[in-house]
Design a protein around this ligand. Structure first.
Ligand SMILES: C[S@@+](CC[C@H](N)C(=O)[O-])C[C@H]1O[C@@H](n2cnc3c(N)ncnc32)[C@H](O)[C@@H]1O
Ligand code: SF4
Length: 461
């Protein structure tokens, strides 16, 4: 029967479920300071010691034609396509400004366009953006790199998909969320399965290396049966990867979420039952469970990277590429360079004003302390490799792990008794039953958690 799956222990998931960060960065963005000195970013960018790392470029395109009620991303709803052009012009200026801060001989081996809706820009505008980026930075050939873009199937014709491939993109991630018409109506996102299927077909035809889709569980009206139908349809479409996110309901932060009737949201028990079905159905269909919320076909690079312990984590989730320095472009984007995180102005007018004045648009950030760096490394190891080998940290940081983290290891004894982790004096291993709670395990090592209101984060399951 279904409960025999060791990955899925409803009793433990219910016991440990709490609000917590997704750890796409450590410290989390809540620790970014308004009094951050952009000079720290410039120094990190100019540091010749950092030039051993490749560069990764992230472009944030915030516009969406219509807004999905559940959405927690940084976006601007507008039907006016004329907004794209001045934004593109500013991105081009920002590319030149950022390029002046770095040794641009450093190879760019990762590129990601996210949003919002990147294809809100026309094909010509996207071509111009890429051409400017290629003029200023040294891109490696596209079959040796990870060049990805978030595509909303409602905003992408087969011609656009073919065009994106010609621009060098080799990975797509498609927003789907749920195929059920009742759910789609409640979330204000009408997207018939045929639309998704035809984008996937166009992407295969164009030769994309990997096609991923995003689903969300926990949305209005979802039941185990309804979401099973979505999964069945999706399995037939056979994407290489799936991200199945837990719906983050934070109406105090995202006002649009109030447009959904809270009474139609599945109960916590229903969310867990749906999650159980997700794991069972996708595993039975041959997908490998990756990290925290990803699934991939065994042939996909992500599954191979997990097996070889070379998985990495970045703002987009999991990646197969070695750690890069990340340059963020566009409103609200975050860069990570050496020991520094720096975030651009979130609001478009402030972003535009900075770029128009010939300045970077950085408004917040944080420079990591030695303790932050060590904890970031620990949390990344846990999220990617599901284990900590103490001797690796001892060699790298000159610490005695058990002494430095005595209180943390003590707290983990409870997790050990519940079978979520195993602890020896050489390593900590996340057990199968703990995989879905890896965020909770990582939270034990988060220095700042006690000082933050956990309401600022979403539920871990
Ligand atoms: C930045 S959005 C961009 C995708 C693209 N605009 C689209 O909708 O197709 C990336 C993904 O974030 C996820 N997402 C957005 N809001 C969320 C929320 N409140 N809870 C969980 N996942 C969410 C969705 O799965 C979405 O596809
Ligand atoms: S999910 Fe995508 S299309 Fe929908 S509002 Fe968010 S960013 Fe825009």
């Amino acid at each position: 029967m279904t409960t025999a799956n060791p990955l899925f222990r409803p009793d433990l998931l219910a016991k440990y479920n709490a609000n917590g960060p997704r750890y796409t960065s450590y410290p989390t963005a809540l620790q970014f300071r308004d009094d951050f000195d952009p000079g720290a970013y410039l120094r990190a960018a100019a540091d010749p010691g950092a030039s051993a790392l490749d560069l990764s470029l992230y472009f944030h395109i915030p516009f969406c034609d219509t807004v999905c009620f559940y959405c927690g991303c940084n976006k601007i709803a507008t039907k006016n396509r004329a907004h794209a052009l001045p934004y593109l012009e500013r991105l081009k200026r920002e590319i030149a400004l950022q390029a002046a801060c770095f040794d641009t001989r450093r190879p760019v081996s990762q590129l990601h366009l996210g949003g919002g809706t990147p294809t809100f820009m026309s094909n010509d505008e996207l071509a111009e953006l890429l051409a400017t980026a290629r003029e200023h930075f040294a891109f490696v050939p596209d079959d040796e790199a990870e060049y990805s873009i978030e595509v909303d199937p409602r905003e992408a014709s087969p011609e656009t998909i073919a065009h994106l491939r010609k621009l060098g993109f080799n990975r797509l991630s498609l927003g789907v969320q749920d195929f059920d018409p009742l759910v789609q109506k409640a979330i204000n996102r009408i997207q018939p399965p045929d639309m998704t299927a035809s984008v996937m077909q166009a992407a295969r035809h164009a030769g994309f290396h990997s096609i991923g889709v995003d689903l969300i569980y926990g949305l209005p009206h979802q039941t185990v049966e309804s979401f099973s139908r979505t999964l069945d349809t999706m399995i037939e479409l056979a994407p290489d990867r799936l991200s199945v996110f837990a719906y983050a309901h934070m109406p105090q932060l995202f006002k649009m979420q109030r447009r959904m009737d809270a009474a139609t949201l599945p109960s916590p028990a229903m969310r867990l039952a749906i999650l159980q079905r997700v794991v069972e159905r996708l595993s039975a269909a041959g997908y490998v469970y990756i990290g925290m919320d990803h699934f991939a076909l065994p042939t996909d690079e992500l599954a191979r990277a997990q097996a070889q312990r070379t998985l990495h984590r970045n703002f987009q989730g999991y990646s197969t590429r070695a750690e890069c320095d990340l340059i963020g472009f566009g409103a609200s984007s975050i860069g990570k360079v050496g020991d520094v995180y720096a975030q651009n102005a979130k609001e478009l007018p402030a972003y535009a004003a900075a770029i128009d004045a010939g300045k970077l648009a950085i408004t917040r950030g944080v420079r990591l302390s030695a303790d932050d760096r060590l904890r970031r490394d620990i949390i990344t190891q846990l999220m990617c490799n599901l284990e900590l080998r103490f001797d690796e940290f001892e060699a790298m940081y000159g610490i005695h792990f058990a002494d430095t983290f005595e209180p943390e290891l003590e707290r983990l004894r409870g997790f050990e008794q519940d079978g979520l982790v195993s602890l020896s004096n050489r390593k900590l291993e996340v057990q199968t039953a703990g995989r879905m709670l890896v965020r909770n395990i990582a939270m034990v090592f988060d220095h700042y958690l006690g000082q933050q209101t956990l309401e600022r984060f979403s539920r871990t399951v």
